[in-house]
Design a protein around this ligand. Sequence first.
Ligand code: COA
Length: 157
Amino acid sequence: MNIAPLHQNDIPDVIALMQLGAPYISPRTPSDYWLYATLFSSTCPLARVGHQLAGAIMAFRSQDTPDDLYLQDVITHPEHRRTGITSALLSHIRDRGRTFGARRLYLTSEPGNSTAHTTWTRLGFTNITGDTTINGISVISHYKGPGKHRAVYEQLL
Ligand SMILES: CC(C)(COP(=O)(O)OP(=O)(O)OC[C@H]1O[C@@H](n2cnc3c(N)ncnc32)[C@H](O)[C@@H]1OP(=O)(O)O)[C@@H](O)C(=O)NCCC(=O)NCCS
């Protein structure tokens, strides 16, 4: 497995990969990925196995709260799941975060995404206590706006 920062040449492959993430992940626009590749590449690592794009994390350090690094999209190609791709990408992001002084990783997932819940808890994240519990997952109501309830996870660096 090779891990490298997102580059503009990777954008078509990233969009194709994100299309495999339904129902929890969908592609953003080419302009969004241009922005990520141009301003945030060091926290947007891609994992390739041979020439195939096997996984990606799009993450950003907060300008408003510089201690925080937010993981926006995390995906592994269906043919490569449970092979440690997300674990490896996360390790890369932790290293990058520490070098520029971030203190916390955090992310959200949809309350029904039990695979994500298992993954984040297995990889050392804490499910932040919310105001409701759905199938054992603590959820913060309206976290991302009206009706957008989310499970929120954090990991201190
Ligand atoms: C969630 C997702 C990113 C995990 O990626 P991955 O590369 O398969 O994860 P890893 O191989 O690094 O797994 C790490 C650990 O998480 C747990 N885990 C991951 N997938 C699991 C599953 N389907 N069932 C049970 N445990 C699972 C395991 O403990 C695993 O370690 P192990 O295989 O040694 O037991 C992947 O399933 C995915 O892309 N899902 C679709 C998109 C999505 O929902 N993204 C998250 C949005 S918040």
